[in-house]
Design a protein around this ligand. Structure first.
Ligand code: ACM
Length: 652
């Protein structure tokens, strides 16, 4: 006969196995709905999680015991604030060991080799919650995970009544796959205030990102004060405000006020760097040269090889490049710094000296992307330079420029990083490469022993539309959440030591405000976070999407915007043998129904349900579609003009 102890042991072990099955990425779940009610939904998915039976109940008097470390001040203050604001409970912090403490944040005396510098162990039982880590960063990430184990209301900015503040008992061991987990925020195309950048940092650290790449300069604005170069911010930070479709704006007249924009003073930058550091984020500054430099040239025209630069103005978004023949573009104005002009290197030395002092991060990004060739090809100064330096091609001219820049960067004690185009001109092996045009360039760079950060357009461009262009703000291309989730920054055929990590890039040509910046970042930022933090073998789309839906609720309460585009129906269209339209609808996630109308009225679940390809009735003008899960609408009303479908299907 089994003893009571054996029976109890069996019950506990079975519960563990079941919990692990839910949290692990088993293939058993046919659709995300079966996972959607899981109490535990952590993003990025931890390395190991074992669920135990029972819950820890938040006491009304919460005592946090924390190791003493100045680096932990913000982490503890953040936890204290989260525990007190939504719950209304009393929270105190102590730095000595006490049996009364129910939350313990402890730095290991002895290094735990498994978890490294950013990992942590989180143990929740019915009596206490303990997070241990080798370094403060690990405790910070443990706190992020802990908050995700609490009810979504923990994200509230005010007290929430009638919530059962409990934490499921778990044992978690977690550490990142990659050390570079970046988001790029383009504050040049549109200026975002210091407060908005802090808001962006607050959101990214919940998902364990540790690099904020600030794209500080471009044709549309120079966003950082440089002492001794006042025009960069007096002139270069301001343009004429336009809205609509960037790239096609009507060129501003001389009379229109140039009062749209802004910049960060050096004091602002110091504040942002400190804010980021307290949250274990390094800020990577980017000064984008030699292309994308119209704001600098409008400020100091002598930096250009082109005499007409004297009339150039900071761009609003009017057409300045012709991309019809692909890359490099044909420039209609010369937005490049002149590599044959010594003044340019003096200018860049001044800029890089101050950037190096302001940003403690070891890398400085110097752009290098999309520099047009057509002005340089015709320029006499460039021709002389080519003769003098024995440069055979225009990419070699850029290579010469980049090598000189790298020397300046190194002289300031920093490492040089640039976009992958710089590989074309023969950059030095010590240059770090950010691969954006595809994984291919990063792969080649890693094979040539360059350090590489992968941020390919195919998976990691957050400026791309998240669904159909009829609902999303129009940009060049689309990139759906499920595709982003396929991102694997480490190619199979390279030595992984050269792949520092991965990054998603939010370019802001079409992003006019911080709410839209958030909309473009989430939920795709969840997918990238998981690609750079979680073990590769844990990838499982239904499981990820179920957790994503739980995080939608969290972001709702945190009042962080996100895109619901993943629920939108996908339209595909072809012509039948008799040249009629045949419209197919599908969804990115399983378990949704689509209801439609052709009669201009708004479909709901009492309308026809989509089951097979549709032929529009004669004279129909619009196909309206909405997605439901069971009785609840989840998608947005899609209004697809039949004329648009005719266009997509091609010639009749
Ligand atoms: C880039 O997207 N031009 C780096």
């Amino acid at each position: 006969m089994k003893s009571i102890f054996q029976i109890l042991l069996f019950v506990v072990l079975s519960a563990n196995t079941f919990a692990q099955t839910i949290e692990g990425n088993t293939e058993n779940f046919a659709n995300s709905e079966s996972l959607a009610n899981t109490e535990i939904a952590i993003i990025p998915e931890p390395v190991t999680l074992i669920k135990q039976t029972g819950h820890f109940v938040l006491p009304s008097n919460i005592i946090i015991q924390s190791s003493k470390s100045a680096e932990l001040t913000q982490t503890v203050a953040f936890l204290k604030e989260r525990f007190s604001t939504p719950t209304g409970h009393f929270v105190s912090v102590i730095h000595t060991s006490s049996p009364m403490a129910t939350f313990k944040l402890i730095l290991n005396d002895k290094e735990d080799a498994t978890i490294g510098a950013e990992g942590y162990q989180l143990s929740v039982n019915t009596k206490q919650v303990v997070i241990t880590a080798n370094k403060p960063a690990g405790l910070f990430y443990g706190v992020q995970t802990l908050l995700q184990l609490l009810p979504a209301a923990i994200e509230s900015k005010e007290e929430v009544k009638q919530v059962k503040w409990t934490i499921p008992c778990v044992e978690i061991i977690d550490y990142p796959r990659l050390s570079w987990r970046g988001l790029m925020f383009d504050v040049a195309r549109h200026f975002f205030t210091k407060q908005e950048v802090k808001q962006y940092i607050d959101a990214m650290v919940r998902y364990k990102y540790n690099i904020l790449h600030l794209h500080l300069t471009d044709d549309e604005g120079w966003r950082i004060e440089i002492k001794g170069l006042p025009k960069l911010t007096e002139v270069g930070a301001w343009n004429v405000k336009r809205v609509g479709t960037f790239g096609d704006f009507i060129p501003p007249t001389a009379e229109e006020p140039r009062n749209y924009g802004g910049f960060y003073t050096q004091e602002d930058i110091k504040e942002l760097v400190a804010y980021a550091k307290e949250r274990f984020v390094n800020i990577l500054p980017e000064i984008d040269v030699p292309g994308h430099s119209l704001a600098a040239i409008a400020s100091y025209p002598e930096l250009s090889c082109t005499p007409e630069a004297i009339n150039y103005k900071v761009r609003s978004g009017e057409k300045i490049m012709d991309w019809s023949r692909g890359a490099p573009p044909i420039a209609m104005v010369d937005n490049t710094l002149c590599p044959a002009n010594e003044k340019v290197y003096v200018f860049l030395d001044t800029v890089i000296t101050q950037i190096a002092q302001l940003f403690p991060f070891e890398y400085i990004h110097l752009g290098g992307d999309e520099a047009p060739h057509n002005y340089w090809e015709k320029n006499l100064q460039i021709k002389d330079l080519m003769k003098r330096e024995n440069l055979k091609t225009i990419p070699e001219v850029q290579g010469y420029f980049e090598r000189r820049l790298e020397k300046i960067v190194q002289a300031k004690g920093k490492k040089f990083m640039a976009w992958d185009e710089v590989l074309e001109g023969g950059v030095s092996p010590s240059a770090a490469v950010m691969s954006w045009r595809s994984m291919k360039y990063g792969t080649e760079a890693a094979k040539a022993n360059h350090e590489v950060v992968m941020s390919p357009t195919q998976y990691a461009y957050l400026d791309y539309m998240q669904a159909d262009a009829i609902t999303e703000p129009k940009v060049y291309a689309s990139l759906r959440l499920s595709k982003v989730y396929e991102f694997d920054p480490v190619p199979a055929d390279v030595n992984p030591i050269y792949i520092k990590g991965g990054q998603a890039n939010l370019w802001t040509e079409q992003v006019y405000n911080i709410r839209q910046a958030e909309y473009m970042t989430w939920p795709r930022g969840f997918a990238i976070a998981e690609s750079v933090w979680s073990p590769k073998d844990k990838k499982n789309w239904p499981n990820f999407f179920a957790r994503t839906e739980q995080h939608f609720k969290r972001l709702d309460i945190a009042e962080t915007k996100y895109a619901p585009s993943v629920y939108d129906p996908i339209f595909s269209v072809k012509r039948t043998a008799d040249r009629q339209l045949s419209i197919s609808l599908s969804t990115e996630v399983d378990g949704l129904d689509m209801y439609y109308s052709f009669d201009n009225s708004f479909p709901d679940r009492f309308y026809p349900k989509y089951t097979s390809p549709l032929a529009p009735p004669i004279d129909a003008k619009v196909l309206k579609v909405i997605t439901y899960r069971g009785k609840n609408p989840v998608g947005r009303m899609m209004n697809m003009p039949i004329e648009e479908l005719e266009k997509r299907a091609g010639k009749r």
